[in-house]
Design a protein around this ligand. Structure first.
Ligand code: UD1
Length: 356
């Protein structure tokens, strides 16, 4: 039996570890014995616990409780606490997912301790180093011993960066595994309201007053044709309050951050998504719902070329053009992206077993 530590810390990590844990538990050879470590980067019930309940993720063996702080403080605290914990175990592997600060911090610790590092969701690049996640992705991929890649573009990127191809495996998207697993729980509502679900939380869109005003102006445009439903991220909410912009959002249906099933149900019943999130670009392509992404770049280009995603930047004119295309039905109604099929975690476990 091989010993593996699985690391998760922030909201988008939880949907990615759930199918991997399920695949490990279902493996009839019981190849892996695992420890689950929560860094504590996200700590509110609706940013963390609720995902464990809904996705049947076991309680973590430990929560490092690092909480919020500047990026360096957060990363440093995770590193110190995680090293202490990992030193007590003789591990064969550390597995990290995604691109949050917890991902990179754990990757550095595992590599320095000489433990083999597995990265699930490798090969994503936005080529925008102002994005904290881009730095996390580059460091994690270059330290990893096994890189599990979401799409074909990612394989080409890793090759171009000189990462040995024997370490890279195209397995598809574990985020879609989770979505497939909850599909039976989603219910079509029969209202005829055209809704747009909004999620905005990137520092580049919300940490500066002028940028945030641009976003709110875009939402005003969207609200001419859609009912805006907006589960607000704590970072965004705090900034709207601090910048005195509460009046600009008073007509929208504002919600607290919500659990995975409730949120996916909203998306499933909506006509449009307006977002700057990464994962939602993938989920909407899978669900065939048009998505307007208020960023200049995406690390998930296949959602644009083969999915339902419009990359408009936070630029009102571009958003209006995309809105017109959506309204006239001029978008890809039948996206299909290879290996986004609910079986990615199984592929990962099979490959890891065969390597040994
Ligand atoms: C992090 C990830 C981002 C991911 C996002 C999803 C990094 C660099 N960024 O961004 O990739 O898309 O999570 O949510 O890792 N806060 C709370 N409660 C919580 C957690 C955070 O109120 O449970 C507030 C705190 O004020 C905190 C702020 O949100 O300072 C930002 O949290 P942080 O984890 O630093 O980054 P996110 O913006 O959530």
């Amino acid at each position: 039996m091989k010993k593996i530590a699985i690391i998760a810390g922030a909201r988008p990590n939880f949907m990615k570890i759930a199918p991997i844990i399920r695949a490990i538990e279902k493996d009839k050879d019981k190849f892996f014995e695992y420890k689950l470590i929560h860094t504590g980067q996200h700590y509110d019930k609706n940013m963390s616990d609720i995902f464990f309940e809904e996705l049947n993720i076991p309680k973590p063996d430990i929560n490092l409780g690092v909480g919020s702080g500047s990026q360096s403080k957060q990363v440093a605290e995770i590193m110190i606490k995680l090293e202490e914990y990992l030193l007590d175990y003789k591990l064969d592997y550390v597995l990290v997912v995604g691109d949050v600060n917890s991902t990179m911090a754990a990757s550095i610790v595992a590599s320095k301790l000489g433990i083999k590092l597995i990265h699930v969701e490798a090969g994503l690049r936005s080529y925008d180093r102002a994005m904290p996640e881009e730095i996390n992705r580059i460091i994690t991929d270059h330290l990893s011993d096994y890189l599990f890649v979401t799409d074909k573009v990612g394989m080409a990127i890793l090759k171009k960066e000189g990462i040995d191809k024997s370490k890279c495996f195209f397995v598809g998207n574990v985020m879609i595994d989770s979505l497939v697993s909850i599909l039976p729980k989603l219910k079509k509502d029969n209202t005829n309201i055209k809704s747009a679900i909004v999620t905005i939380h990137r520092p580049s869109n919300v940490d500066n007053k002028e940028d945030l005003i641009k976003i709110l102006d875009i939402l005003k445009e969207v609200s001419k044709d859609y009912k805006i439903i907006w589960p607000i991220h704590p970072r965004t909410k705090k900034n709207i309050e601090n910048f005195g912009l509460l009046d600009e959002i008073k007509n929208y249906d504002l919600k607290e951050p919500m659990g995975y099933i409730e949120f996916m149900n909203l998306v499933y019943n909506s006509s449009l998504i307006v977002t700057d999130s990464g994962g939602i670009q993938e989920e909407t392509s899978y669900l065939k719902i048009p998505c307007i992404t208020l960023r200049y770049n995406t690390e998930r280009p296949e959602t644009v070329t083969e999915g339902t995603n419009f990359l408009t930047g936070p630029v009102k004119e571009e958003v209006i053009t995309a809105l017109n295309k959506v309204k006239s039905g001029n978008y890809n109604k039948n996206p299909k992206i290879k290996f986004w099929d609910g079986k990615s975690a199984k592929r990962i476990i099979k490959i890891l077993k065969n390597i040994n």
